[in-house]
Design a protein around this ligand. Structure first.
Ligand code: PLP
Length: 346
């Protein structure tokens, strides 16, 4: 009998467990567009409280949560600064420009790691009538395409202080802020205090099928709620999804440490046969990015080989592969994947 497929493409591929499905089936629901879904209301309140903000709004995707944050912080015709490999810049298909009339300007980085001096040097809150003025800075923690990089708290603090001094807002794309919290022990509210709006996803490492929350001031979140409806993101008896998110927070947060250990295991398996492909010390959370350039390998070929052996990898570029550990990758699956990686790269 062949081994089951190990899907390392993303932590979004998890399926709800039987217990999570039961929690969804039992959810108390109402019409959320009327603000009457008690399960959604409780989730929004809980996430806002965890992050130390006044209010939260539930969304069907992390992209929508990010875009509502950008919408509330940046007026049309002004700019958002972010890292050049940030999800908001690379993977939201130009939404800030298309939907909100926002210009994006980026700074380069090493593995997505924030050095506050870079955005602080670019900020121009009042660029005058001929240039675009800066309204907000977006930071991603952990950084997806950088390889699950955790942002240093002192850089986040320096960014917040510098941005505050210039009257510029900060948005935190915290799709995987849970991973940063579990990896570092920094309280969620400490991260939350360093941004004006924070988006978090329950549908990644936490394993819910759907669900993100944007938090911020009561006024901004009231505005975001209007824009959510305008963007077509108003949902009705959506407590069935919020119940999955609640279950994920209650039962699947602390286990992220297991994902981090398994990611380190996979990186070590690669380093054993091809040390030039991965910096094992750089694996901080549940994502491992392999740079194949030094080995003269192409990502598509390696991914196709691994697929033949039942391991799915994500091709991020011609020479870049990504592996992500998650709820549906247990120790046996991890060992199987480590063996396949050794075989296809060795
Ligand atoms: C850092 C980051 N932000 C936002 C998102 C968007 O989430 P969604 O796929 O739910 O739109 C992702 C998705 O992978 C992500 O990695």
């Amino acid at each position: 009998m062949s081994a089951p497929v190990v899907d390392l493409r993303s932590d979004t591929v998890t399926r709800p467990t039987a217990a999570m499905r039961r929690a969804m089936a039992d959810a108390e629901v109402g019409d959320d567009v009327y603000g009457e879904d008690p399960t959604v209301n409780r989730l929004e309140h809980r996430v806002a409280e965890l992050l130390g903000h006044e209010a939260g709004v539930f969304t069907g995707s992390g992209s929508l949560a990010n875009q509502l944050g950008v919408r509330m912080l940046v007026e049309p015709g002004r700019e958002l600064l972010c890292d050049s490999t940030a999800h908001v810049a690379r993977a939201e298909l130009g939404a800030a420009a298309v939907l909100a009339g926002v210009t994006t300007r980026t700074w380069p980085s090493e593995r997505g790691r924030l050095e506050a001096a870079a955005p602080l040097a670019m900020m121009e809150p009042d660029a005058g009538p001929y240039l675009v003025s800066t309204a907000a800075i977006a930071v991603e923690n952990t950084h997806n395409f950088g390889g699950g990089t955790v942002q240093p708290i002192e850089e986040l603090q320096a960014l917040r202080a510098g941005a505050d001094a210039m009257g510029i807002a900060v948005h935190l794309d915290g799709a995987r802020l849970w991973n940063a919290h579990v990896a570092t022990g920094v309280p969620l509210a400490e991260y939350g205090a360093l941004a004006d709006t924070v988006s978090v996803c329950l549908s990644k490492g936490l394993g819910a099928p759907v669900g993100s929350v944007l938090v911020g001031s009561a006024e901004r979140i009231a505005g975001a709620r209007v824009w959510r409806k305008r963007y077509g993101g108003g949902m009705r008896q959506v407590g069935i999804l919020a119940a999955a998110c609640r279950y994920a927070l209650d039962h699947q947060l602390l286990r992220l440490a297991d994902d981090h250990a398994r990611a380190r295991r996979l990186a070590a398996a690669v380093a054993e046969v091809r040390p030039e492909l991965v910096d094992t010390d750089a694996v901080e959370t549940n994502i491992v990015v392999l740079d194949l350039a030094a080995a003269g390998l192409t990502a598509a070929d390696v991914a196709a080989d691994a697929r033949e052996h039942g391991v799915l990898l994500s091709v991020l570029g011609p020479r870049t592969l990504r592996m992500v550990t998650h709820l549906d990758v247990d120790d046996d699956a991890c060992e199987h994947a480590a063996g396949v990686l050794a075989k296809v790269l060795g």
